[in-house]
Design a protein around this ligand. Structure first.
Ligand code: HEC
Length: 146
């Protein structure tokens, strides 16, 4: 009888540790950043959308973005890698957040997990990225929350 009792306790303890471990794993999953979710934007756009900034952003866009997002930024540029479907950037639908800071983060860090769009952190300065954000803003998206 005593042996049986010990065994029962051992089983409970094992089950408890198992459940606790599972719970911690679940929590860790929740804490891990989900790239598909809009990035939380705390940063304000420090670059005023002057005509100069927008023109500079347009030049950068033509060089780095056009071949995927298209000359008019409506998506599906001619050289987009197969099946990547770059989104329209001038509607008010943004999967990765629509504030200036979200768009900045999309450009700077890129978008995964399949890395359909590489981050341009190493190619563009923050100032250049904000100029591109201002350029995209000048085309639209008019209805998107900022
Ligand atoms: C190699 C092709 C490619 C290039 C180059 C590229 N993009 Fe993208 N971009 C994509 C794809 C594909 C997505 C969609 C990714 C996803 O949703 O998983 C995307 C998504 C975005 C998004 C997020 C849109 C949303 O709905 O939230 C923004 C903003 C963006 N791109 C801007 C730019 C800008 C600005 C440049 C140039 C500096 C650029 N992209 C260069 C392919 C590209």
């Amino acid at each position: 009888m005593r042996r049986f009792f010990n065994l029962t306790i051992a089983m409970f303890v094992t089950a408890y540790i198992g459940i606790a471990g599972f719970g911690m794993a679940e929590q860790a999953k929740k804490a891990a950043p989900n790239k598909a979710e809009p990035k939380k934007a705390a940063v304000k756009n420090p670059v005023a959308p002057t005509p100069e900034s927008i023109a500079a952003g347009q030049a950068t866009y033509q060089k780095y973005c056009r071949f995927c997002h298209g000359a008019d930024a409506k998506g599906d540029g001619p050289q987009a890698p197969k099946d990547t479907h770059p989104p329209n950037l001038i509607d008010d639908k943004f999967d990765h957040g629509s504030t200036d800071a979200d768009i900045f983060a999309s450009i700077k860090d890129g978008i995964g997990p399949k890395f359909d769009m590489k981050g341009l952190n190493s190619k563009l300065t923050p100032q250049e990225i904000w100029n591109v954000v201002n350029y995209i803003r000048s085309l639209g998206p008019q209805g998107a929350p900022r």
